[in-house]
Design a binder for this molecule. Structure first.
Ligand code: SF4
Length: 302
């Protein structure tokens, strides 16, 4: 099937199965375009909740589809590519977290949403890259174990008086980009504002005009009077930025900003997923209930 035939087939199957297609901002452009909504992981999980669809096709990585199932257990959640995991999420396990809790018994556990459902269930509260500082500062505990992203944890530590116990996790896509590359991009586009994701190194964040989540970057660029931006996050976001702001210019800060897992999902796989109803993501009920509490606590705070 060629691209147009695949798009048609996806449209037909979407109706037949009463499905909604959600695509993360890092997905391939053609996958974002065929989706009902593009957004960040939590944003999309919430779209899943408010939708009347019976099936959610989550074009993203596994922890995102898990979050959709945690919040919408009555719907069938499909992940087109079962191999699409997140190496950052895999850097924390329940056993390791329990051991860390024993080391710091007075600390609350704040869990970035880029984590497995079992780990969310073991945590006190979840956070996203946009509300992490607010969530940490709202806690009564003076100590926090921040999992699993060390860079985001460091960024939070700079904006709180609480003691942050960092976790040795990182996103290879964001961590690989160096300050030298940002300096080079700034020299190439001297009039551009620099927006980077807080999963980047602190030295990279220090060179930026703002550290923001993907949705935060879109809002910032819309409100800003600047016409040109250097973007420091996964390249997929540029498609949405250019589509929503055709009168502005966006440059990727480094060619290294590509997540191989996010690029696994293709139109062919989306069609296959709907046709064969695969791969169903379902979290055991006891874990789902506990993970949901951590997510709900975050929503209450933010
Ligand atoms: Fe995970 Fe990083 Fe890829 Fe996001 S960009 S899915 S955090 S590896």
């Amino acid at each position: 099937m060629n691209k147009q035939e695949l798009i048609k087939e996806i449209g037909r199957l979407r109706k037949e199965k009463e499905a909604i297609i959600l695509a993360h901002n890092y997905q391939r452009p053609e996958v974002q375009d065929v989706a009902d909504f593009a957004g960040d992981s939590l944003d999309l999980a919430k779209k899943g909740v408010s939708s009347k669809a019976k099936v959610i096709v989550f074009c993203g990585v596994s922890f995102m589809a898990e979050s959709a199932n945690i919040l919408s257990p009555e719907k069938t959640v499909l992940l087109p590519m079962i191999e699409a995991g997140c190496p950052l999420a895999d850097m924390v396990t329940v056993e390791a977290l329990r051991a860390k809790r024993k080391e710091h018994p007075k600390a609350a556990v704040v869990c970035y949403v880029n984590s497995p459902a079992q780990v969310k269930a073991e945590s006190d509260v979840c956070c996203t890259s946009s509300n992490a500082i607010k969530v940490v500062n709202s806690l009564k505990e003076e100590e926090v174990i921040f999992i699993p992203d060390r860079q985001l944890g460091r960024y939070v530590a700079e904006h709180t008086k609480k003691k942050i116990h960092l976790w040795p996790g990182f996103c290879a896509t964001h961590y690989s980009v160096t300050p030298e590359e940002i300096i080079e991009a700034k020299e190439k586009y001297p009039g551009a504002e620099v927006l980077v994701h807080p999963e980047c190194r602190l030295e990279v964040i220090a060179l930026a005009d703002a550290a923001l989540s993907t949705n935060g970057m879109i809002e910032y660029a819309k409100k800003s009077k600047s016409r040109e931006f250097i973007i420091g996050t996964e390249m997929g976001l540029l498609h949405r930025l250019k589509k929503e702001m055709p009168d502005k210019e966006f440059h990727l800060a480094s060619k290294k900003f590509i997540c191989p897992n996010m690029k696994l999902t293709t139109l062919k796989r989306v069609a296959e997923s709907l046709r064969e109803m695969k791969h169903i993501i379902k979290i055991p009920e006891d874990i789902r209930e506990k993970a949901k509490r951590s997510l709900e606590r975050m929503v209450e705070i933010s």
